[in-house]
Ligand binder design. Sequence first.
Ligand code: HEM
Ligand code: SF4
Length: 555
Amino acid sequence: MFQPSDFDRAAVRARAEQFRHQVARRLDGSLTEDEFKPLRLMNGLYLQLHAYMLRVAIPYGTINARQMCQLAKIADVWDRGYGHFTTRQNIQFNWPKLVDVPDMIDALADVGMHAIQTSGNAIRNTTTDAFAGAAADEIADPRPYAELIRQWSTDHPEFQFLPRKFKIAINGARADRAAIRGHDVGLQVVEREGEIGFQVFVGGGLGRTPMIAKELRSFLPVADLLPYLESIVAAWNLAGRRDNKYKARIKITVHELGIETFSEMVEAEFPARRAAFKGADQAILADLKAQFAPPVLPARESESFEAALNVDALLRDWAARSVSPHHNPDYAVVTVSLKDHGAPPGDATSDQMRLLAELAERYGQSELRISHEQNVILPHIAKADLPALFEALRKGGLATANIGLTSDIIACPGMDYCALATARSIPLAQQIATHFRDLGLEQEIGALKIKISGCINACGHHHLGHIGILGLDRAGVENYQITLGGDATETMALGERAGPGFAYTEVIPALERLLRAYLELRENATESFLETLRRLGPDPFKEALYAEAQRHAAQ
Ligand code: HEM
Ligand code: SF4
């Protein structure tokens, strides 16, 4: 298992100490809030609607049992007994007191964690497939590369004043579970004639101007990864717009210059940068690959699990949603839902975090992952242990069998926490989840991705939802636009706006009309919402959303 180096530990401690002094100077009034702002943003500390918020990095979503326990302790001692796992595979604490933040950061450093580069105009946490290192469809584990990128990008001297934030995602499996083309740079691990390399995409992003990244290189050799990334960031650092923060992201640079011109700029940077890399990065990578080597998994029988499935309907329902193929046929990847009906999506209480840590220790090599869909993954569970694991999760209220269904919603913090919000998103997600459960339609509707953002910044990925919901403010009243047909996978697509928005209380009736129409329109029970939408186009769905509503109003 990967362990931070002594160098890393010392750097994290030094940064914690430095920030303790900065906080003390803010508290005694020597720094104004404006002066303090850039300092706190370098350390993941935001000022939200009601309180500060501390965003803690979980690099590429990988966390061990001890670290998860420490997060639970932090939630209990300095916050309100829970944390919020985010779409960028991190965790946020929503209620810290400024005076306590240095102690929280020290507690993180005790387990090799920190909040560096989780905010501000920096290269952020590289996200990846939450099944990395375990998935049956994996070409190569992307995490050694993600860790190499983390080491290269942390406090990179050339990139201390970027035009805006910069997000990289890397996927090592055949299915894209990291939404790579929705990122500033997306890397797909590919294999060509036995050699591993990367397909490189650039200029994706969501926010107010959503764009799908374009291909920059079809095959980048592994040894060129860092110099090539450095060339991309350098080209953007020079050409990116600093006059308007809404036009500063690399997607706008690529869009305005065109992919050919941008590619020429990158290639012009590349030779000198490549020559400057003398192989130290490759030595580090070799060491990282050894550290991320798959755990030794003893052979286990799986017949007892198959037998239990035949007799236990609850286990069967849960396994159908939560269990995915592992590269070792005796094992499985388990997704634990943090989307219990009616609960805020992505929140976990400290008790739940401790239970997850304990179960990871008992059954899962002490490993856990956070998915960008805001659930927790236990990547290496023997099939023979699945019935016992399910029982333990059930007792802890963590066995909701809804992964990939209507209630497995991504929702941003919205009006409940966020100072930029124009509408609520968490309460809407909670109500959608309970509504369709109470109607008994969730299983019948099947695979569906609903994603909700509380403002145009799109932290809830609404553009990528099969059904996206964007909460806006229309003359002081919440108004929700619905988009249809978004897709966050290897067939990525941006959803299209269906028409005028709905008031808060109208959203759920509108969704019900939409989903009932889908059930009527689908060819058979295996055709998903997205497939039906792609086959028929949006018109019959718009009809359900709007014309039906008008008919009702006229009656
Ligand atoms: C304090 C609360 C937050 C603030 C102030 C905030 C701010 C923003 C802003 C301004 C953008 C637009 C960036 C751009 O277009 O250049 C954005 C995008 C985004 N944020 Fe947040 N955010 C917050 C919380 C979150 C949370 C909790 C998550 C994860 C659940 C998140 C994930 C994202 C993602 C995925 C995007 C879109 C991807 C992209 O960068 O293009 N944010 N955020
Ligand atoms: S989408 Fe808007 S409301 Fe939601 S977290 Fe991002 S900035 Fe806040």
